[in-house]
Design a protein around this ligand. Structure first.
Ligand code: DGT
Ligand code: CA
Ligand code: CA
Ligand code: ZN
Length: 585
């Protein structure tokens, strides 16, 4: 196990102990132990485990050191397994409802005997939860809403989670004997923000052993269908996966078909028909009744020349359409006119702006974050910790912000890292649209991100007014996570996106594409129109740890879905140009 996995187990243990009503000191020891493990370097952790010096680290006692060592060396922990087994699975499931922590779960269990989501739902319907001490009507309503969302969202998965499940399978397929091509199609390939199921496609002449390999993949929990050329499974994470195997000459047609989207496919099929062709996962063949026998034979001859998607699109008079654009939203018309944009690529990104450190609610220090940014090859890194009103996130007050500005200045002057660090803030937008810091305080910074973290329930009009007031503030550089949504968990607050976009353009303010896989906010569906109007984008991982910086890649995926080019995105500019951009504000 690596340190992130170990830390996750420790956090889990803390939660389970809390469910059992254990001693708070013991609980806290696991929670802080997790933070300590997360903050150690991967190498340092390995060395200390090997040398048996883990206990010398502040915050890690003897018992914790033993458990971390067992996890690191065996990937398992007897204590953890026993603890899990001692708690009804339903209680842990209830924990996944937003707004219910271990204390509440314990109270529900102790006082109402609730040990499953179904029982919780019944108790809410009968009004019994509201009557409990520490709950009330509001909490009960929130729980009901949480259960409803869970049902609605339960069948989908975040893109990144789906990718993390799919990637090792894909890599495994690609090195199997007899596999000529393998691809993960569907919404995953199109980079949708959430994914329903995985669609693997393989070109091969020998399907049987590949099906056998797939259904025996260690992550498979259940085989739901198995045939000669296809199989469906449910994986450990709950996600379903289909595998289809086709002969090599059919691969490109199946690849296009199973990439979708359905709307794109319908439009493509229509276009093919206009040219006397019938398009399907099997191939592109003359449509019934159309053309002479000679034409059909000629067409079949030409089919064998179609080996790549480029050639398939070209055969229908189209430029290649990147998978991200295949949503049936006008991409075919632009591909015909050869006017598709050159989409931004991961390699275009030279740095990111909105990130946190241990000064607020991040897990890594300024230096660690900078080192990680350097390792990613970034020219610049923006630090934007929370401001004082976000006290739950240990937001910085003026004095601590000033200290951070000085520390960043020093870090840059020391030239220890190749990455230049910008000092910024993620300044709260207060409920009335004023900012959490004065203009004088903001003036010391290189740039200012402003975000909403409170009073989510305001009306659409109020929220729109609130955001526009913040956008009009002369020191604001960019607006963070436009709607505050958490994918599959929480709807964003109501806001008039068009008005916000217009206000941002009018005030020379950037809107962030928050690249955190849980957010991807502003949504890709708004970006094409907004960028055409002249809005500038910043792709920001909103990283709360060194690992989180890599989430900028999810942002690039969303930006591509939003038709964005390099020119639309501040992160693609060289350091000097970014410095100039900030200086003009
Ligand atoms: P998902 O899994 O809900 O996130 O979305 P997709 O797009 O991966 O959809 P899925 O897994 O049902 O099917 C994969 C692709 O297969 C889909 O994007 C397009 C193609 N496809 C599936 N059903 C149909 C259909 O009824 N008509 C057409 N034209 N294409 C289909
Ligand atoms: Ca799918
Ligand atoms: Ca599917
Ligand atoms: Zn935020």
């Amino acid at each position: 196990m690596n340190k992130t996995e170990i830390a996750a187990v420790l956090v889990d243990i803390g939660t389970l102990l809390e469910l059992k009503g254990e001693n708070p000191f013991k609980i806290r020891a696991y929670q802080s132990g997790a933070r300590v493990v997360e903050s150690l370097g991967e190498e340092e952790l390995a060395q200390r485990i090997a040398a048996g010096t883990l206990e010398e680290v502040k915050g890690i006692g003897e018992a914790l050191a033993q458990k971390i060592t067992e996890l690191a060396q065996t990937g398992r922990l007897g204590f953890y397994e026993k603890l899990k087994a001692s708690i009804p699975a339903g209680l842990v499931e209830i924990l996944s409802i937003p707004g219910i922590g271990p204390k509440k779960v314990k109270a529900l269990h102790d006082k109402l005997g609730i040990d499953s989501i179904a029982k919780l739902q019944q108790a809410c319907a009968a009004g019994r939860v509201a009557e409990l001490e520490g709950f009330g009507e509001k909490t009960q309503e929130k729980i009901v809403e949480g259960i409803r969302n869970r049902e609605a969202y339960g069948k989908r998965h975040l893109w990144l989670e789906a990718w993390q499940v799919a990637e090792p399978i894909l890599l495994g397929l690609r090195v199997l004997k007899g596999v000529l091509h393998a691809e993960a199609c569907g919404s995953l390939r199109r980079h949708m923000e959430t994914v329903g199921d995985l669609d693997f496609l393989v070109a091969t002449k020998t399907p049987e052993p590949i099906v056998a390999w797939f259904v025996q993949w260690p992550g498979v929990k259940e085989v739901t269908a198995q045939g000669e050329t296809k199989a469906s499974v449910r994986l450990g994470s709950g996600i379903q996966a289909d595998l289809r195997l086709v002969p090599p000459e059919q691969f490109v047609f199946a690849l296009h078909h199973f990439t979708g989207s359905k709307d794109h496919n319908i439009q493509m099929r229509h276009r093919a028909l206009q040219r006397g062709l019938s398009m399907s996962e099997w191939g592109l063949v003359p449509a019934e009744g159309e053309g002479t026998a000679k034409q059909k034979a000629e067409e079949r001859g030409r089919q064998t020349d179609i080996k790549t998607e480029e050639q398939l699109f070209a055969h229908l008079g189209l430029a290649f359409i990147p998978p991200e654009l295949r949503e049936g939203l006008g991409e075919i018309e632009l591909a015909e006119a050869k006017k598709l944009p050159r989409l931004v690529e991961e390699s275009d990104i030279r740095g990111v702006f909105h990130n946190h450190t241990t000064a607020s609610d991040g897990h890594n220090t300024l230096e660690e974050m900078t080192a990680a940014a350097e390792a990613l090859g970034f020219e610049f890194l923006g630090i934007a910790d929370h401001s004082k009103s976000s006290f739950q996130a240990r937001g910085l007050d003026e004095a601590r912000l000033e200290e951070q500005v000085a520390a960043i200045k020093q870090l840059n002057a020391a030239k220890k890292f190749k990455t230049h660090v910008f000092s910024g803030t993620e300044c709260d937008i207060l409920p009335d649209g004023r900012l959490d810091f004065s203009a004088k305080t903001l003036a010391q910074l290189d740039y200012v991100v402003v975000s909403v973290h409170s009073s989510f329930k305001q009306s659409r009009e109020e929220m729109t007014k609130r955001l526009i007031k913040a956008i009009e503030h002369p020191h604001v550089t960019m607006l963070g996570h436009l709607t505050g949504r958490l994918l599959l968990e929480r709807e964003g607050y109501e806001v008039d996106v068009d008005k916000i976009v217009d206000a941002a353009i009018a005030n020379g303010v950037i809107i962030e594409l928050n690249a955190s896989p849980w957010r991807l906010d502003m949504d890709w569906r708004h970006w094409r129109k907004a960028a055409e109007k002249g809005l500038l984008c910043a792709i920001n991982p909103d990283a709360h740890s060194t690992a989180g910086l890599a989430h900028f890649r999810c942002g690039v995926g969303a930006a591509r879905k939003g038709w964005l080019t390099r020119e639309n995105i501040l992160n693609t500019r060289p350091l000097r140009a970014v410095v100039d951009f900030f200086a003009r504000k």
